[in-house]
Design a protein around this ligand. Structure first.
Ligand code: FMN
Length: 105
């Protein structure tokens, strides 16, 4: 089963439910100022103790892979005890769908 949550800063989200019900979290965000937006750091803080993998996906105007490196480094600064896995960077909707269907494996 796959659960989809659209995170907005004012949402009332049951983080325990997210942590317990998912062995993978696919996290999508735009690059803001060379890394993830602050709300993403807040999300990571809220899932403290999560045992699964956080796979992250980002888009930005500049096609600079360093943004993914920055994001990974910053994730580890927020919580080094969570496992982060790089997903796709600056890919099309079709490529994301293909990834999610497992065509990448
Ligand atoms: C506050 C803010 C900061 C941004 N910083 C960067 C940046 O550092 N590098 C970059 O390539 N794009 C940057 N962008 C562009 C976003 O990554 C881009 O808007 C996002 O991927 C969504 O694409 P769209 O605007 O075409 O919908 C920024 C956008 C905003 C609103």
């Amino acid at each position: 089963m796959r659960s989809v949550y659209i995170l907005k800063s004012k949402d009332d989200i049951d983080y325990n439910k997210i942590k317990e019900n998912n062995d993978e979290i696919l996290l999508f965000f735009p690059i803001w100022w060379y890394t993830f937006p602050l709300v993403i750091a807040t999300f990571i803080t809220k899932i403290k103790g999560y045992k699964g993998r956080v796979i992250f996906f980002a888009n930005s105007y500049t096609n600079d892979h360093q943004y993914m490196v920055n994001s990974l480094n910053d994730f580890n600064k927020v919580d080094p005890n969570i496992t982060y896995v790089e997903g796709l960077f600056n890919k099309s909707e079709e490529e994301h769908i293909s990834y999610l269907k497992g065509d990448n494996k």
